[in-house]
Write a protein that binds this ligand. Structure first.
Ligand SMILES: Cc1cc2nc3c(=O)[nH]c(=O)nc-3n(C[C@H](O)[C@H](O)[C@H](O)COP(=O)(O)OP(=O)(O)OC[C@H]3O[C@@H](n4cnc5c(N)ncnc54)[C@H](O)[C@@H]3O)c2cc1C
Length: 323
């Protein structure tokens, strides 16, 4: 990697979900040379077929919305690379080297927008069967559940939304939830009640996932009587929420006890030139519209920071004036 030419950018955005895509749109519209490095395009929002609370749309497919965010950012010149960022090094004068799988880039400012990661069950058989019957995005690939008997582990909104989304195509859908009640939005629970295909097992822990090349059974334990039961399924979708995985930037920026990046109201971290936006930060509410807004804020703050760094006057109002 050392002898390869390292491309220089004004801004590198880590993450291509709602916050990262909007950050890239705003920095590139400010004519800042911008690279968005992300493992995928759209992040969490791209995994839901129905977003009903994004302003301007009665209902929109999350992936379609994220594709629109991406093409709008591209229109203003944002560049993309589909990779994982593994580390960020501090260079002199508050510049940064961003190391991805196969390349490195240098930037005057970095926007951390790498969102949340799927929470795992951490039970025997889970890791061995990832991609072989164990999945973390129920709607992403219908071929895995079409005409199949599937179980969704979890009881929050994402679990219920997943069950509803796949119930048209799957043969049978079961939800296994650890607590005595589901913890999903009321509107989703109402829809669940109306569904004839989805069955729910409450108050049961998932103990083990069994199979050889592909999942065959999951072992659950009914908490009421401590009875074990082995149920046969073709697929297990784990929908037990998301966690912040920011260990890899802990040396760089300050995080809280939940591993979220601490930010000022304007998306600044404690490190000059490093900004953060969206679900990975300490903002209270994790929603598409909020991540999008935070991405815009981080970008505008990064722009002001770069102007100040160059000794230029930084204004407060963004009416689209270019630097
Ligand atoms: C199933 C589901 C349904 C939802 N429904 C709604 C809804 O109806 N309405 C609503 O407002 N919100 C909804 N949400 C929440 C909403 O999707 C999120 O709050 C929002 O999309 C978060 O955006 P983000 O950009 O902050 O993070 P994310 O969407 O998590 O994006 C982070 C991005 O960073 C990438 N990344 C992570 N680590 C790295 C790395 N090291 N290197 C490079 N890239 C990396 C990821 O691949 C991803 O693309 C839903 C979420 C889920 C999971």
């Amino acid at each position: 990697m050392a002898d390869k030419k390292i491309e220089k950018y004004d801004v590198v955005v880590v993450g291509g979900g709602a916050s990262g895509l909007v950050a890239g749109l705003f920095t590139s519209r400010r004519v800042l040379k911008t690279l968005i490095i992300s493992q995928d395009i759209g992040g969490q929002a791209a995994t839901t077929p129905e977003i009903e609370n994004y302003p301007g749309y009665d209902k929109v497919d999350g992936l379609d919305l994220m594709k629109k965010f991406k093409s709008q950012a591209e229109k203003f010149g944002a560049q993309f690379k589909l990779e994982t960022v593994e580390s960020i090094e501090s260079l002199p004068e508050n510049r940064y080297r961003i190391n991805a799988n196969t390349f490195s880039a240098e930037a005057e400012a970095v926007i951390l927008a790498f969102g949340l990661s799927h929470r795992h069950l951490n039970i025997p058989g889970e890791a061995e069967h990832v991609g072989k019957g164990v999945f973390y995005c129920a709607i992403c690939d219908p071929k895995y559940y079409q005409d199949k008997k599937v179980v969704i582990v979890g009881g929050g909104s994402s679990a219920v939304q997943a069950a509803l989304s796949i119930s048209d195509l799957a043969k049978e859908v079961w939800i296994v939830n650890v607590t005595k009640a589901l913890n999903a939005e009321t509107i989703l629970c109402q829809r669940l009640k109306e569904s004839k295909k989805i069955k729910v097992i409450l108050n049961a822990t998932t103990k083990e996932i069994k199979g050889n090349d592909w999942v065959k059974n999951i072992v659950i334990v009914h908490k009421e009587n401590n009875q074990e039961e082995s149920l046969s399924y073709d697929c297990v979708f784990v929908e037990i929420g998301y966690v912040a995985k920011a260990d890899w930037v802990k040396e760089l920026v300050e995080t809280d006890q939940r591993n979220q990046i601490k930010i000022s109201p304007n998306c600044e971290t404690n490190k000059p030139g490093i900004f953060a936006a969206g679900d990975i930060t300490t903002i209270a509410f994790k929603q598409v519209v909020i991540s999008a807004g935070e991405g815009a804020k981080a970008a505008l703050q990064a722009h002001q920071y770069l102007l100040t760094k160059q000794g230029k006057r930084a204004g407060n109002i963004d009416w689209g004036k270019k630097k």
